[in-house]
Design a protein around this ligand. Sequence first.
Ligand code: SF4
Ligand code: SF4
Length: 118
Amino acid sequence: MMRKVVKTVFSKPATQFYPQEKPSLDDDYRGKPEFDFVACIGCGLCSKECPARAIEMVLCSNKKLPQLNLAKCIFCYHCYEICPKKAIHYSCDFELASTDKSALILKPKTGEQTCLTL
Ligand code: SF4
Ligand code: SF4
């Protein structure tokens, strides 16, 4: 018994001291999907193929662009695989919790303030 206690006290902790210490993540970690709205051609394929219906096409500056609802996203990255312009990228952003549901809807960033739902 005593041997086990001593071994446990001097062994490496099994848990991390999060959030004080940030975990190291792999390059292909599937965090929040990021969109390149310049490269995007508004084809809508990501929206059509998203199994969670997390992407809605909206009209911004006379261009159709994807708007992501993080509350629905299951981080499958099917959108990344299907995008013909490689306009969707992996990110290591995993701290996505919010008490404000509307903060989870990521509107396209184009400099234009209002985007219209199609
Ligand atoms: S599939 Fe790619 S190019 Fe098409 S709307 Fe989505 S992000 Fe834009
Ligand atoms: S990662 Fe999957 S669930 Fe999330 S937006 Fe892309 S296709 Fe939809």
